[in-house]
Structures are given as C-alpha cells and as structure tokens.
Write a protein that binds this ligand. Structure first.
Ligand code: SF4
Ligand SMILES: [Zn+2]
Ligand SMILES: [Zn+2]
Length: 302
C-alpha cells in the first residue's frame, strides 16, 4: 500500500479519480474539507442559515448530516414514514438513534397521517408508484421546509446518482430535467432553495467516511424498488469509471460548467406547463388540484 499523501504514514484508502492515497485520519479531514469547498463553490448555504436535511436512514443522508455537524453547520433532520413495513420501521429507528446521539432535532412526517396513504397501498393501484413516491417526498419536504422557515433543504444525492441520472437524461434528451440539474437551485414560486452537497463524492468515499465515523445506516434497499432503467445507467457509469477512473466526476463537472448554462437559459421553453398554485392546498403545482390533493380524494373513497 502507498503512503498517505499528507502524513506519509501507511495509506488506508486510495481515491482513484483524485489519485490520492490517504490514511484514515487524513481521509476524514479531506472529506470534510472537500465538502466545505463544494458548499462554497456552488454558494449552497452559510453557517448562519437554518438547514433541513432529508433523511432516509441510508448512508448518504446520515454521512451528510454527520459531516455538516462536524463542520459546525446549523442542521435539523426530517424523515418521511412511507409505511413500507419493516423497511420504514428500521429506517426511522436508525434515524432517531443518529439524531439522539448527535443531539439534533429530527422531524417525522407520516404519509398515513398526512394523506391516509402508504406506498404499499399505492403500489396495489398503480405501476408508477415509485415515481409518485419521489414526487410525494418532494412535495412534503418542500412544504415542511417553507412553512417552518428553513433557508435550505438538502439531500444526500451523491456523484454516482448525479452522473447516472445525467446519462439517462442525456440519452433521452429530457431537456426540462437537464435545465434544472445543478447542485443548488434557488428558492422561487413557493419552492425553497435546494442543495446537494455530496454531489462530488462517490458512493465508495461516502461508505469509507461512514466506516471511519462509525455511522450505523440502513444497508438494505427499499423492498419495493423495481429493477429500474436508472440502474442500467448506473451500471454503465460504473463500467466506464472502472476502465477510465475520473469519468463520473469529469462528465458531471463538465456538464455543470459547459452545458448547464446553455440549457438553463432556455428553461422556460422546456417546461411543458406553467406553474400555478393548487386551489385546495395552495402548494405550487402544474395542475390544480395538485396530484397530492387528487390522491387524497382517491384514497378516501377506497
Ligand atoms: S425505491 Fe422505495 S422509497 Fe424509493 S422511490 Fe421507490 S418506493 Fe419510494
Ligand atoms: Zn495521513
Ligand atoms: Zn393540492
């Protein structure tokens, strides 16, 4: 094993795309410094602001919460109970234990209480339950963050997520998604500012940080997760990365630098429908009533 680039002791971890061998201590300092640099580079938020982190119980969101706390940011967590039996029970327990240890508030929203619905019930009625689940989470996270005056809502999306969804959106020329694919989106029209501080970290680096910090996280995937096309893109990106280390970061960073500004300028043109406010719940939406208010009615009459 090579020597640590910082202290010259034996290296424990090698980060291929940065060509960086590091010992455990220097790896965690590198991780936190690189996170801080990413936050500053994209002007995501400051230490004075109130940050709400969307927690799933998985490695990404908990690592992000830990690293932001270590850096002295003002954080609180939120988790949505999706009612996916043991999986949801376990995610909630892990998130609660983390919050207690970190001495930080964790807010829990229950889908059952909010709209009388769980994701398994949704799955019985529609094949699109997974994309609906994503939209439901975004709706409630945004609503909670705005109503409770958080400055920013952050999520644990990592480089693997961002590079594979960029590949999928490019292959399918989903211009409206490409025009919004940026590590930070400013607040507008009832949407709070959103940021993805882990967007330049691979899943491998995040797992290593979790190990060093002894973070307990849920390793199982959601049992309702379908064999999504998304995973095909993720496998393709992994293969490219293996053959050409640095491809993921280059693909994503160059997109942000060279292509995003061109698409972003034309964002209005790519939107299929203009935004309005739902006449029932008041939330921003492309239709009124919004999809949540429609779901509520549909499931009430079950
Ligand atoms: S994989 Fe599970 S938690 Fe994730 S969006 Fe699909 S149903 Fe929801
Ligand atoms: Zn070292
Ligand atoms: Zn509504």
């Amino acid at each position: 094993m090579a020597k640590c680039r910082k202290c010259r002791k034996r290296a424990d971890i090698f980060i291929p795309h940065h060509k960086l061998p590091l010992c455990k201590e220097d790896f965690s300092s590198w991780f936190e410094n690189y996170l801080e640099r990413t936050i500053k580079k994209y002007k995501m938020f400051s230490k004075k602001e109130k940050i709400l982190i969307a927690i799933s119980g998985g490695k990404d969101s908990l690592v992000l919460w830990k690293a932001l706390n270590n850096l002295g940011y003002n954080t609180e967590g939120i988790i949505i109970d999706l009612g996916i039996e043991d999986f949801s029970i376990l995610s909630l327990r892990i998130a609660e234990n983390f919050a207690e240890e970190a001495n930080k508030p964790l807010h829990i929203l229950s889908l059952e209480k909010e709209i009388g619905l769980t994701i398994p019930r949704l799955k019985n009625r529609t094949k699109k339950y997974c994309s609906l689940c994503g939209s439901i989470k975004r709706y409630f996270l945004n609503k909670f963050a705005r109503k409770n005056n958080y400055d920013v809502l952050v999520t644990g999306h990592n480089l693997d997520d961002e590079a594979s969804s960029l590949l999928g959106n490019t292959i399918n020329w989903h211009l409206k998604y490409l025009a919004r694919k940026f590590p930070v989106l400013p607040s507008s029209n009832g949407f709070v500012r959103k940021a993805k501080p882990l967007c330049r970290f691979t899943a491998f680096e995040i797992k290593e940080y979790a190990k060093i910090m002894k973070i307990k996280y849920l390793e199982e995937r959601c049992p309702l997760s379908p064999q999504a096309t998304r995973l095909v893109y993720a496998d393709l990106m992994d293969e490219l990365e293996q053959k050409m280390p640095g491809t993921k970061l280059r693909f994503y960073s160059d997109y942000l630098k060279k292509v995003y500004p061109i698409f972003h300028e034309k964002m209005e043109e790519f939107m299929e429908k203009p935004l309005t406010n739902c006449e029932e719940c008041g939330e921003p939406s492309v239709s009124s009533p919004c999809f949540i208010c429609k779901l509520k009615k549909e499931y009430k009459s079950d």
